[in-house]
Design a protein around this ligand. Structure first.
Ligand SMILES: Cc1ncc(COP(=O)(O)O)c(C=O)c1O
Length: 409
């Protein structure tokens, strides 16, 4: 091989990096920001966060930590007192006992999920993931060398059914990912559905990654259920994943946690010790302060806001022809089927696919949405209704106006 070819290979990115692309939400954010810099008012429905200031207890805890000079490293897997407090609270809400050594404090739920994939999967292990999915699930599985086995839930109200899981099982299946309330569909799994999946996972000795980041954000009369609480014997093979990001409006603070058997947490400790070390000490003290105060006020305020937003959003979408949207039961996303508009024309331009539609919505209507292609559903777009009220109304009005101008030819 000649020298230039050899050095081109030596200096290339890894296969891992070459196969990796930015999350749909961040690429949409960059495009939206580029327009904003030109002075265009863009309404961002693509962000996965509340339009609220952080919860008061988080802020007070962080300020105390700064003033108390809590500036040093903490143990990589989190402050002992925070792990203890989390263990107590998870035990209480699940009715199943967790000890501090069964808790890992992480830089958001994302790190908890990545840790889980990295410490549990070997190359070629299969992981069952419901489609539509939050893009990071399959990406992290691939990064860990696993194989995401995508199970289409669109005909089953966006829920994994036992039958579908059974069909997807192979001798290489190692794990199932369940996310409830769900991003992007807003689905909340019902008790019986979770019980059925729990029994299957138990019988087949599969790991269950149970992402309940949006557990506090549920629309009545729906109710969040925790799989370990429903099926306590599953504790030994479950990774519970939760976060302060969404429920306390602190997405930027990077603080979440995982609960799992102690040997899994010990492996996460080793991994985290060589990667990021501890999550921000300030965020950890803030979380501790919030858990100690244990005030339901913030969640109540957020849910009241989201209830009202959802009513307003559904009213606006009711005027848009040719779309369908299952009423969301939790989280804060509308997952809107726009398939009837794909392949049609907007001011003479053929809308090739959902990515093209999302680009046109941004450049022409100045609204940023997440194209469902990144979630495994090329027929839909995700719209967050957790934005400010005036923006919600204006943005959805622009959406309706744009869609009304889409014609057959
Ligand atoms: C289902 C789900 N899990 C995990 C996360 C990550 O949250 P965090 O900010 O805690 O890393 C998100 C963020 O959007 C999410 O939607």
């Amino acid at each position: 091989m000649n020298n230039s070819k050899t050095s081109a290979i030596r200096l290339s990115l890894s296969h891992r990096a070459l196969n990796l692309s930015a999350p749909g939400t961040s690429s949409m954010r960059s495009k939206a920001n580029a327009l904003k810099e030109k002075g265009i008012k863009v309404i961002n429905f693509a962000a996965g966060e509340l339009s609220f200031d952080a919860c008061q207890e988080m802020k007070a805890g962080a300020i105390q930590a700064i003033e108390g000079a809590r500036n040093r490293y903490t143990p990589p897997i989190g402050l002992p007192q925070l792990r203890e407090k989390l263990a107590q609270q998870v035990s209480q809400r699940c009715g199943v006992s967790y000890a501090a050594d069964e808790v890992a404090v992480t830089a958001g739920a994302k790190q908890a999920l990545y840790n889980a994939a990295m410490v549990l999967l070997n190359p070629g292990d299969e992981v069952i993931v419901a489609t539509p999915y939050w893009e990071t699930f399959p990406t992290q599985i691939l990064l860990a060398g696993g194989i995401p086995v995508l199970v289409d839930t669109r005909a089953d109200d966006y829920r994994l059914t036992c039958k579908a899981v059974e069909r997807a099982l192979t001798p290489r299946t190692k794990m199932i990912v369940i996310n409830t309330p769900n991003n992007p569909t807003g689905t909340v799994y019902q008790r019986e559905q979770l019980l059925g999946i729990a029994q299957l996972a138990f019988d087949h000795q599969l790991w269950v990654v149970f992402d309940e980041c949006y557990r506090k954000l549920v629309r009545e009369p729906h109710e969040h259920h925790n799989i370990v609480s429903l099926f306590p014997a599953l504790k030994q093979q479950t990774i519970l994943v939760d976060s302060f990001s969404k429920s306390q409006a602190v997405t930027g603070w990077r603080i979440g946690y995982a609960c799992a058997p102690a040997h899994v947490i010990a492996a996460m400790h080793n991994l985290q010790g060589h990667t990021t070390s501890n999550p921000s000490s300030l965020s950890q003290y803030a979380a501790l302060n919030t858990l100690t105060a244990d005030s339901p006020d913030f969640a109540r305020k957020v849910n009241t806001f989201l209830d009202q937003q959802l009513v307003a959003a559904c009213t606006c979408l009711g005027y848009v022809d040719g779309i369908t949207c299952a009423p969301p039961e939790g989280a804060f996303y509308l997952f809107v089927d726009v398939s009837r508009h794909l392949g049609r024309y907007y001011l003479g331009t053929k809308i090739r696919d959902v990515d093209h539609l999302a680009d046109l919505l941004l450049t022409e209507a100045h609204i940023a949405v997440v194209p469902g292609s990144g979630c495994g559903d090329p027929n839909s777009i995700r719209i967050s209704y957790a934005v400010e009220r005036a923006e919600l109304i204006e943005g959805l009005t622009r959406f309706g106006q744009f869609m009304s101008e889409v014609v057959a030819d």
